[in-house]
Design a protein around this ligand. Structure first.
Ligand SMILES: [Zn+2]
Length: 66
């Protein structure tokens, strides 16, 4: 089992089905956020969602687990 291994995967956008290259794990430990919002391409993501993602990434980066 490849524990903690991050790989690039191709996932269809939740809204338009356009394939997006993403990681199979969240780089910032935001798996719950990813599960909540899902995979959305740049075209479909709303400003509100962009803000939410940026905000949560910022929060995760300042609270990195030791
Ligand atoms: Zn899309």
């Amino acid at each position: 089992m490849a524990r903690g291994r991050i790989e690039l995967v191709l996932v269809p956008c939740k809204r338009c089905g356009f394939p997006i290259t993403t990681t199979n794990r969240s780089l910032y430990g935001l798996d719950s956020l990813k599960a909540q919002i899902g995979v959305i391409c740049q075209t479909c993501v709303s400003l509100e969602e962009q803000f939410e993602i940026a905000h949560n990434i910022g929060k995760a980066l300042t609270n990195l687990p030791s």
